[in-house]
Design a protein around this ligand. Structure first.
Ligand code: FMN
Length: 162
């Protein structure tokens, strides 16, 4: 049965995911993007991917960057997710007023995340109206091992049932 993009979104929305904020710093200008398309790709080397809309400001920033950060959000970070799900220009030394810090590798990371990764931009692949950015993890840490995750399912935020 042929389907359109609305039906496709509805179907794929049944695939529950976590929520991340993907961050970049280019010449001191910081940017973050709420993204649930982050997926682990490979263990040797350590690769992950994120699919980013070509129309997003984040796309321009990821095309320019050498490294990017991935902050995995907790259940208490809905506001952070909403903040970075709105279009916004990169800002000098600021991530839209959210609390952040530089990771050891020099990428900006969100305070309060469950876990984070710093990645070297390894490859860009064509993906229709998105680009698939592949990063090689250069560092990372689980910072809140007991805290529950923020989930996204059928177009809304959810928590883990148990
Ligand atoms: C839960 C959630 C997940 C999202 N995942 C993605 C994603 O994986 N890729 C993407 O390009 N946009 C994603 N978005 C939409 C972007 O966050 C949104 O378009 C943002 O405004 C882009 O900001 P920018 O133009 O400043 O980069 C997601 C939004 C939400 C709420």
């Amino acid at each position: 049965m042929a389907i359109d993009s609305g039906v496709f979104r509805k179907i794929i929305g049944n695939f529950a995911t976590g929520v991340t904020v993907v961050t970049t710093a280019n010449d001191g200008f910081l940017h973050g993007l709420t993204a649930n398309s982050v997926t682990s790709v490979s263990l040797d080397p350590l690769l992950l991917l994120v699919c980013v809309d070509k129309k997003a400001h984040a796309h321009t920033e990821l095309e320019r960057c050498s490294h990017f950060g991935v902050s995995i959000l907790g259940a208490d970070q809905v506001e952070v997710s909403n903040l970075f799900a709105r279009p916004g220009e990169p800002e000098q030394g600021s991530l839209r007023g959210a609390a952040w810090h530089y990771g050891p590798g020099g990428t900006p990371l969100l305070d309060g995340a469950l876990a984070w990764l710093e990645c070297r931009l390894a490859e860009r692949l064509a993906g229709g109206d998105h680009t698939i950015f592949i990063g090689e993890a250069t560092g990372g840490e689980v910072t809140r091992p007991q805290a529950p995750p923020l989930l996204y399912f059928r177009g809304g935020y959810r928590g883990v049932a148990s």
